[in-house]
Design a binder for this molecule. Structure first.
Ligand code: M6R
Length: 607
């Protein structure tokens, strides 16, 4: 959940670390800090709050000057956000930054206290710093190797030793870490976007590999000090992908990137008008063999799975269970050989989703990952892999990742239906053709962003609201509601419209805003009846429906129209856009930090 960086080279280290951290702030933003070798001495600057607070502090107190060091942006797990609990943490000779959680930190701390160590912070990270110090015998690699054997949990560590100036050491287990290679400079970072300004070349550090970055070379070793020859990878994103590019917020930029993201994700997976997922390890024979499907994910990614369930069950007639990963992993799920478990994740590092993937594999199921972040743990461990090509998603609130996740679910469902003999090639081609048209449709819907601004202006003082719909519209309501509460901090719930009268309708009183989604023709009349029920009880209804429908006064106060020429099945790809924009503008109008909502982090690597 935190972001770590490190640098060795010829540039001003503080500037590089601060710049790289600014690209990782989405991972956590309650405190930040750096440690830099200044004239062979380690200088630390750290502060509670955002990176901007640290910059401000350094403006007043002076910034460390040097050419090598480590940095951190934090999402607190152990110990409240404070100056003291901010990373880096130090022992006498060792200073570290850490992303992850040390599960056995209490036992290690007790041991160290008995040995006479004094602790300043409440963090699990300081225990690692002190332990490194305790065992340090002048050989950094041997010490790191020995200490990590004692650690339980997850970590990506950047480590500097006082007597090894201008050298940065790094190791990871579970938490992600890459090693960037530039011209006479090298980097470590939790995510490649942090270093794109300087280089696109990087190594993916595997579990228990130790990187040593010095002025003259960068090497990677295993725990036994064997030097490893690793494949140098090249990022296919450029720096503009990780910058706002004139938009006020990353979230808005990412919403507007959706048409392109869908195109880039879908087009290469279509051959002769039909879905073709062979490059992802998915063959028609394999698809035909699956008996049950489980989709396991968290948050927005799980909502993409709910859309997928409707589409797969409708077209391929295979039962699909959609599960929250944190529940799935602990409820002894009945999953076995012949089942397919699909894990959806933007980051590919979500702890619960990763654990669910491992559990599914251990139970004998085949696993398919739908992942955006290249080389992430989930991508690497699944049997089959479909990358979504959304580019980096920086805003904590997921938008374009959701869009491409559902686009992939459609493509997958079409091919599955064909493999199962539930549809023929002609129909599959027709559906695939419709999917290919969705980028233009999304583009059209985006043109109406002003309307969503207007809708948002009516929501900003609401205490609570409801999202309702049926079928695919209900699936979409779940996502609309999460988006709104996540960034506007207004309480909201999504409800199956037909279920309201079994309890929830009592929440409706005069002026309660209700966002109703009604795009599915077979359920349309039923949904309208449900909407009338809330309207009659005083709700202020915003209706998202096809353009051609003109609601009476007893149905809606405001209508957001979607193009008429979209097939019901594909409607979520258009209808989610106003829901994203309504959430976005509500957050903006309430003066919130849209891209970094309170208490959250983009990559949830703790369970
Ligand atoms: O990286 P992942 O897709 O696995 O993340 C899952 C959720 O944490 C994520 O979708 C979260 O719900 C978003 N912040 C929602 O906008």
């Amino acid at each position: 959940m935190c972001g770590i960086v490190g640098y060795v080279g010829f540039r001003d280290c503080t500037d590089v670390l601060m710049d790289a951290l600014s690209k990782l702030e989405y991972r956590g933003y309650d405190s930040a800090g750096i440690a830099v070798f200044e004239n062979d001495e380690i200088k630390v600057a750290k502060s509670k709050g955002r990176l901007a607070d640290l910059a401000e502090k350094m403006k007043k107190e002076g910034k460390p000057a040097g050419h090598s060091g480590i940095g951190h942006t934090r999402w607190a797990t152990h110990g409240e956000p404070s100056d003291i609990n901010s990373h880096p943490h130090s022992g006498e000779r060792v200073t570290i930054v850490h992303n992850g959680i040390i599960e056995n930190y209490k036992a290690l701390k007790e041991f160290l206290v008995k040995e006479g160590c004094c602790f300043k912070s409440d963090t699990d990270t300081e225990v690692v710093a002190q332990l490194l110090d305790y065992y340090y015998d002048g050989d950094p690699i041997a010490t790191i190797s020995c200490v990590t054997k004692e650690l339980e949990g997850s970590y990506a560590l950047g480590v500097i030793f006082a007597d090894f100036p201008d050298t940065v050491f790094a190791i990871r287990r579970e938490s992600p870490l890459i090693v960037g290679i530039g011209d006479k400079e090298s980097f470590i970072a939790s995510d490649v976007t942090a270093i794109l300004r300087y280089t696109k070349n990087y190594y993916l550090l595997e579990h228990d590999e130790i990187a040593v970055l010095s002025r003259y070379s960068t090497s990677i070793y295993d725990l036994h000090y064997h030097k490893l020859n690793k494949e140098l990878k090249t990022a296919d994103w450029d720096i503009s992908a990780a910058e706002k590019g004139g938009y006020e917020h990353f979230m808005l930029k990412e919403i507007f990137e959706q048409p392109e993201a869908v195109k880039t994700t879908i087009t290469p997976r279509i051959t002769d008008g039909l879905p073709d997922l062979r490059e992802c390890g998915i063959t028609m024979e394999k698809l035909a063999s699956f008996k049950n499907i489980f989709v396991v994910a968290c948050g927005t990614a799980m909502h993409a799975g709910v859309v997928g369930r409707y589409v797969i069950e409708k077209l391929a007639r295979i039962p699909v269970n959609v599960e929250i990963a944190s529940e799935f992993r602990y409820r002894e799920p009945i999953v076995s050989e012949g089942d397919l478990v699909i894990i959806i994740s933007q980051s590919g590092e979500t702890a619960d989703s990763l654990a669910a993937l491992r559990l599914a594999k251990s139970l004998g199921a085949e696993t398919l990952a739908i992942v955006n972040a290249k080389g992430s743990s989930i991508a690497r461990e699944a049997d089959m892999l479909i990358y979504t090509h959304a580019g980096p998603e920086i805003a904590v609130a997921s938008t374009k990742a959701y869009m491409v996740q559902i686009a992939v679910m459609y493509l997958f469902a079409f091919e599955l239906a064909l493999a199962k003999g539930m549809t023929d090639e002609a129909e599959c081609r027709r559906l695939t053709g419709l999917l290919l048209k969705t980028p233009d449709i999304i583009q059209d819907v985006l043109k109406n962003k002003k309307e969503t601004q207007y809708i948002a202006s009516g929501l900003i003082s609401a205490d609570s609201l409801l999202y309702i719909g049926r079928g695919l519209d209900y699936a979409l309501s779940m996502e609309g509601s999460l988006k709104l509460k996540e960034i506007s901090y207004i309480h909201s719930e999504s409800y199956a419209a037909g279920e309201l009268k079994h309890g929830t309708i009592s929440l409706i009183s005069d002026g309660t805003p209700v966002i109703a989604v009604a795009t599915q023709s077979n359920l349309f009349d039923k949904t309208i009846s449900n909407i009338k029920e809330v309207k009659a009880r005083g709700a202020k209804v915003i209706l998202v429906c096809r353009d051609s429908y003109v609601p009476d006064k007893d149905v809606a106060d405001y209508k957001f129209g979607l193009p008429d020429d979209i097939e019901d099945l594909l409607m979520p790809m258009a209808a989610v856009v106003p829901l994203q924009l309504i959430a976005y503008y509500t957050s903006v109008l309430r003066g919130n930090d849209v891209d970094k909502p309170r208490n959250l982090a983009k990559s949830v690597t703790v369970e």
